[in-house]
Design a protein around this ligand. Structure first.
Ligand code: ADP
Ligand code: ADP
Ligand code: MG
Length: 674
């Protein structure tokens, strides 16, 4: 039996693997780079081994260093997680040469499935339906156009070695096919050192649905249902769920059986994922197989009750699968939200820095629902520029899809994050979206529903009035406490009024608080008289200084995040963000005469949105620019981000040059507008 596992990874997935190893009584070794000296995966492992500088090509990707760590710690097995060396056949072979168990599939399966062209050929042999297309290599742009025409537009131009959404272009006509061929080829050469390109039909209005398979070294392979991963941004998954709201039992079984056939074709002997694209008529087509643990594996675990890491360890150890296909039962519904350090209001640009606050919702199981949070970070820790900007994978389980969604909404309501930009408001907006709730989703959901990017969700009247009531009460509690502390006025109640004027999004309400403590009745009036007076029974244990506001309104849970600002609070709830001012009615009258504080005008400046390096400048001083024109490329967190003009103008001055290191809000260039 395996005794000591070295985890050749970092972050949440390293922590995830350690948890199962611990449960199985197996020792663990973590590896770490400079940037990860204080990382959670280092604390959680029994032993840790330093492997060098922060950049991945000097640490987590260097096989020699990892082999040295294995030898010096006496590890007898390696779990590669996902990304990094997880789909690297040479790594698997080098481990086998040293008699170290690789907790993943055999090297032959990795090689055959790692290449999209090879894997499609194998899939066709195994009787798996593939996206119609040209399975050969394409040598020139002219050939790319000829083949695209044969397949019929639209087509998808893809890198055979591609992964992580890179090296892919859609083409709707000859011009786009020519451009797409060149840019896919360049991107593939840069990202994968392999510029082989192929072309397939672009399936319109598709869903991404994938099948989890599990195999052992004795020829057994089973499937564990599907995951729907259609909520994607730039071909990268954001929300995943299991099962899919779209599949029926018959399609599920057909996809499962084809996946098993494909896995058997390469003697698949571990956990793996067969990805399909499914059209509106439930025709499904094989996309690729990922020969590793998938990021979104927790949703499968939540509906099957099977620990996939445990099964991988057992299969690697040579055990026979403990489950048969007939014994697999799918129960309830699970959702996963990928919480990323990125700014949803600024085109999802990566955001890095210290996690000043990190307080996820409590994990647990409560009858018909459950919460699980997989993470590798902690409060006070750093999100560095070197690695994937994922903060956590927040998962919920419910007895049905509605309960899973409601549990997710509640869990996101109380997730406290501060110090970095994050996508929680965007996730909340998606979970509130009618189309998502009805399950009517495709991979085009985000571009269709947020064509101009994300600017925050619209707040409903019902939410507004609840926030008015709770913010008035919070202010009231703070005022009473302030009066108590001063001690100068023993009869302080007389000096703290019961009636408050609350301004939110330009609208003014009054809130009349009845009762001294505990449950209060709060009457909300909207001075425009458009809405009726509303009485709410409000209970909260909130205390000044807390950012998580937990309240009950008419016996229903109502939670949100609020930060004290002058004259009120900044509030975040269900994808909305706004300022709430609470004043006495007299104060509100006087506030009408206050001058609005104006933000400095920065619209004639291009500011660097995140710390990063200038890769290239695309315009020169004196040049006329158009709205939307690409101005500069900044690299941060392994990603190149193109900064674009927000309006027409002339470049007046360029302050930086390629290669410069910039901080947030450094001025890249200045414009002149006519
Ligand atoms: P999943 O299908 O599980 O969502 P992806 O295929 O998007 O995962 O990739 C999983 C992880 O592996 C991501 O962190 C991604 O950045 C990384 N990754 C994927 N392909 C490659 C590759 N060819 N080289 C380096 N990293 C990769
Ligand atoms: P990667 O290795 O980068 O994960 P995939 O081949 O799995 O690449 O494709 C990633 C995503 O791109 C899919 O989840 C899907 O949304 C989209 N996609 C890929 N191929 C097609 C296609 N032929 N038609 C429509 N969408 C596609
Ligand atoms: Mg994929």
């Amino acid at each position: 039996m395996i005794k000591k596992i070295l985890i050749a990874n970092r972050g949440e997935i390293a922590c995830r693997v350690i948890k199962t190893a611990k449960k199985m009584g197996i020792k663990t070794v973590s590896i770490f780079s400079d940037a990860d000296k204080n990382a959670l995966h280092v604390d959680m492992a029994d032993e840790s081994f330093y492997i060098g500088a922060s950049p991945v090509n000097q640490s987590y990707l260097v096989m020699d260093k990892i082999l040295k760590a294995i030898a010096e710690t006496g590890s007898d097995a390696v779990h590669p997680g996902y990304g990094f060396l997880s789909e690297n056949a040479e790594f698997a072979k080098r481990l086998a040469d040293k008699n170290i168990t690789f907790i993943g599939p055999n090297a032959h399966a990795i090689t055959s499935m790692g290449d999209k062209i090879t894997s499609k050929k194998l899939a066709i042999n195994a009787g798996v339906s593939c996206v119609p297309g040209h399975m050969g290599l394409i040598e020139s742009a002219d050939e790319a156009i000829k083949i695209s025409k044969e397949i019929g537009y639209p087509v998808m131009i893809k890198a055979s070695a591609g992964g992580g959404g890179k090296g892919m272009r859609i083409a709707w006509n000859d011009t786009e096919a020519r451009e797409g061929y060149q840019s896919s080829k360049n991107e593939a050469a840069n990202s994968f050192g392999d510029d082989r390109i192929f072309i397939e039909k672009f399936i319109e209005q598709p869903r991404h649905i994938e099948i989890q398979v599990l195999g052992d070294k004795h020829g057994n392979v089973i499937y564990l249902g599907e995951r729907e991963c259609s909520i994607q941004r730039r071909n990268q998954k954001v929300i995943e769920e299991a099962p899919s709201p779209f599949l029926d039992e018959k399609t599920r079984e057909a996809m499962g059986l084809e996946s098993v056939a494909l896995a058997k074709e390469v003697n698949y002997d571990s956990a793996g994922t067969v990805e399909f694209i499914v059209d509106k008529n439930k025709n499904f087509y094989f996309l690729e197989m990922n020969t590793r643990l998938q990021v979104e594996h927790p949703v499968t675990e939540l509906i099957t009750g099977i620990d996939l890491v445990e099964q991988m360890i057992k299969s690697a150890n040579g055990d026979v699968l403990s489950s048969t296909q007939e014994s697999i039962e799918l129960s309830g519904w699970a959702m996963e939200s990928r919480i990323y350090a990125e700014d949803p209001y600024r085109n999802f640009l990566p955001s890095i820095g210290r996690l000043k606050r990190y307080r996820p919702p409590a994990e647990g199981v409560w009858g018909d629902h459950a919460i699980r949070n997989d993470t590798g970070v902690f409060e006070g820790g750093e999100i560095s520029m070197y690695y994937d900007p994922m903060i956590a994978k927040l998962c919920t389980w419910g007895a049905d899809r509605d309960i899973a969604i409601d549990t997710m909404k509640d869990a996101l309501d109380v997730f406290e994050l501060e110090g970095i930009g994050h996508n929680i408001p965007f996730l909340q907006a998606v979970y509130e979206h009618d189309r998502f709730v009805s399950g009517d989703i495709t991979t085009a959901f985000i571009p269709e529903e947020y064509p101009d990017g994300f600017a925050g969700a619209e707040i409903s009247n019902a939410y507004t009035r609840r926030i008015v009531a709770v913010c008035a009460l919070m202010h009231d509690i703070s005022e009473h406490r302030a009066a108590d502390i001063s001690g100068a006025l023993p009869n302080h109640e007389r000096h703290v009024p019961d009636l408050w004027s609350v301004e939110i999004g330009g609208a003014k309400y009054t809130a009349d608080i009845n009762g001294e403590e505990g449950l209060r009745t709060i009457s909300i009036k909207d001075p425009n008289g458009e809405l009726d007076t509303l009485d709410m029974e409000v209970l909260t244990s909130w205390k000044p200084g807390q950012q998580l506001v937990k309240a009950f309104i008419d016996n229903c849970k109502f939670n949100f995040i609020a930060k004290k600002i002058s004259e009120g609070y900044k509030v975040w709830h269900r994808g909305c963000e706004f300022k709430v001012s609470v004043r006495t009615p007299r104060g509100a009258e006087l506030s009408e005469f206050m001058l609005e504080k104006t933000e400095p005008d920065t619209s004639n400046l291009l500011l660097c949105p995140m710390p990063g390096v200038i890769v290239s400048l695309l315009v020169e001083e004196g040049q006329e620019i158009q709205d939307g024109q690409a101005l500069a490329v900044v690299e941060a967190m392994k990603m190149e981000n193109t900064l674009r003009a927000e309006k027409q103008g002339i470049v007046n001055k360029v302050n930086v040059k390629a290669g410069d290191n910039l901080a947030v809000d450094d001025v890249i260039m200045e414009f002149k507008t006519e």
